[in-house]
Design a binder for this molecule. Structure first.
Ligand code: ACM
Length: 630
């Protein structure tokens, strides 16, 4: 079976078959083997017959929580299919049919992550979705993924029972708004996608050397001064530095922060704010230089990097931070406050009489212990307000604060050490979780920060290190992808880096390892590109399927059998080294390349999606090795 025919069947396997696909499909819909849900659910069993969802279907909501979910379901339905369902409070009668029931049920106790579990049952008469408010919401996302991506009067949903529970309780996505900020509308769109793929934690990196982005009423200069830099680094000119000469800045008001937090909460996403300390604080010091160990003045950083001017461990600093964190904690109802703790040069503390006095007073051997003391003191304050501290893995240095959770980014070692000490851990190593790395070879990418992190590498990540014992493993609470924005100055650049890798990370975070399989994920992904497109996201257009980066050709000719990864796309190619464009030959049939003995042939392909977006040009090098050996 060709990939294209398979793709058609996969569309049908979403339990809906648009008429045109039904006509094209070689086999009946019922032969499709699995749902195209991302992340892959824990269990599913097919039943007999199908349910027809239309504008006549009624939506019962068992209680207020179900009602909130019902409204969100209708919003999404309207955006995609173009109609809403009539909502009724309460439960259907025995003789009722043609309804969707959202029913809130208390989670089963004693099993892992049951508070986010759901059961979805579709039969020819009705759809029932049960779970806690959050579980029900996740079931709703699965149901929405079974519906067509575009306007349609009627959707046939094949009978099925799905039972589902997440693997991890922290399914995170981070966003750095310090280097480049985005609008509230962008963040809402970002949260919509996180929710659609069952991610539940938005880590909002709000303060940086290059900009303080959250309004703090007690310290207005943080945003009057700290939110604005006189220019930014021009391109990659970090060393030696060249600036772009353009002022840059902005911040979120407390009202906007509340708006984002409420929007996220309705979608069962917790927002974790990050307020960096004691380093990455130059923007704060530009506003309040008296918090530094040297007199200043300081300016909001314009270059990217790690800066030596950090908070001095003075009583003025603690007074400031306690007031700032109090305002922050009042805005974010979640359990956690992220305090950064990463990349803290110690030079200023080494040369500061005040810092050295604190070390003597507290019996601290070195500046690492001083940092640990600093963070313990902050933790005590946070705990006294009923919140928990999380920080990057540098917070291990000099000793962990008693209840700290560690976000392991410089590899897994920090996470392993923390779990062995009985601390909770979120795995977020650069190797698999840093979405600012390119998604393919550098020369084929539209933009990237450095390094390479393919969709497949993200997908294959297992956040639980095998060298930990069972008890230690239970401290790995989750996994998170991070996106740093030094080189992502436009919102569409961020979207390019996030999608589709977010979908792979969602499956890492939700799906049990025994249910994960990359080729199956790739096939399900085919049905998700139209959804990303419909949501207006500048996702990375993947390589054509069947186009290897390089291949050793063993015959006189080599045939490339390509398939567009996004349905309805056109592919244009060249074989003469020139960059392909829309006036180059269009790929319509398998491409037969003449293999030159001992030489390389370059095939370059441009994909243009149905909405007119151009993918990065993808190359394939065909080495004529076989011909030489003969
Ligand atoms: C980090 O990437 N500096 C946590």
């Amino acid at each position: 079976m060709s990939y294209q025919v398979f793709a058609v069947l996969t569309f049908c396997s979403t339990l809906f078959c648009a008429n045109s696909f039904a006509v094209e499909a070689k086999k009946p819909v019922e032969q499709a083997a699995e749902l195209a849900i991302i992340p892959q659910p824990a269990q599913q069993q097919w039943g007999q017959g199908s349910f027809s969802l239309s504008a006549k279907t009624r939506l019962y909501a068992s209680d207020a929580a179900a009602l909130s979910n019902a409204n969100l379901f209708n919003d999404r339905l309207e955006q995609t299919l173009g109609f809403r369902l009539a909502v009724l409070a309460g439960l259907p009668g025995k003789a009722d049919s043609n309804y969707l029931l959202l029913k809130t049920e208390a989670p089963v106790q004693g099993q892992k992550n049951q508070d986010e579990a759901y059961a979805l049952s579709i039969n020819p008469h009705a759809i029932a979705l049960t779970g806690s408010a959050a579980g029900q919401f996740y079931g709703m996302q699965s149901l929405l993924q079974m519906l067509p991506a575009r306007a349609s009067q009627l959707a046939h949903l094949r009978s099925v029972n799905v039972q589902d529970t997440p693997r991890f309780s922290w399914r995170g996505m981070h966003l750095d708004v310090g280097r480049h900020m985005v609008s509230v509308e962008f963040i809402k769109k970002f949260l919509d996608q996180m929710a659609f793929y069952k991610m539940n934690t938005f880590h909002w990196h709000l303060t940086e050397d290059q900009g303080w982005r959250i309004e703090i009423k007690a310290y207005p200069k943080l945003t009057e001064v700290g939110a604005w830099r006189k220019e930014s680094t021009l391109g990659r000119h970090v060393e030696p530095y060249i600036g772009d000469g353009k002022a840059y800045g902005g911040f979120y008001t407390q009202e906007q922060i509340r708006e984002v937090v409420a929007y996220a909460a309705a979608r069962h996403i917790t927002v974790v704010p990050e307020i960096e300390l004691p380093g990455h604080a130059q923007a704060a010091l530009a506003a309040y230089p008296e918090l530094a160990c040297t007199p200043g003045p300081f300016e909001v950083a314009t270059n990217w990097g790690i800066f030596e001017d950090i908070y001095c461990p003075s009583e003025a600093t603690f007074g400031f931070l306690e007031k700032v964190l109090s305002e922050v904690m009042a805005l974010f109802p979640g359990q956690y406050l992220h305090i950064g703790g990463d990349e803290v040069p110690k030079a200023r503390w080494k040369n500061s009489a005040l810092a050295q006095d604190v070390m003597r007073r507290e019996g601290l051997k070195n500046e690492e212990e001083l940092q640990s003391w600093f963070i313990r003191r902050i933790e005590k304050f946070i705990n006294s307000k009923g919140k928990r501290l999380i920080g990057w893995d540098e917070i291990l240095e000099g000793g962990l604060a008693p209840d700290a959770t560690v976000m392991s980014w410089r590899g897994e070692e920090g996470g392993i050490a923390a779990a062995r000490q009985g601390h909770d851990v979120i795995m977020s190593p650069t190797s698999h979780c840093y979405f600012d790395a390119g998604q393919g070879p550098k020369e084929q990418e539209s933009w990237q920060l450095g390094g390479e992190l393919s969709l497949e590498k993200v997908y294959t990540y297992n956040p639980v290190p095998g060298i930990l014992n069972g008890q230690e493993q239970s401290h790995i609470k989750g996994v998170q992808a991070n996106i740093w924005t030094e080189y992502l100055s436009k919102p569409e650049m961020i979207e390019y880096m996030v999608y589709p890798r977010l979908l792979a990370m969602a499956e890492v975070a939700w799906t049990a390892p025994e249910k994960k399989e990359y080729s199956g994920f790739e096939q399900r992904l085919v049905t998700h590109y139209p959804r990303l497109q419909q949501a207006g996201l500048a996702y990375r257009i993947p390589r054509p399927i069947g186009l290897p980066a390089q291949v050793n050709a063993t015959d006189k000719t080599h045939t490339l059998n390509l398939h567009a990864p996004v349905a309805g796309s056109k592919m244009y190619y060249t074989v003469d080294g020139a960059a392909p464009g829309t006036s180059s030959p269009q790929y319509l049939r398998p491409l037969v390349i003449t293999v030159k003995p001992g030489q390389d042939s370059l095939v370059q392909v441009l994909t243009v999606t149905p909405d007119g977006r151009h993918g990065a040009i993808q190359r394939s090098v065909i080495h004529g090795v076989g011909a030489v050996q003969k």
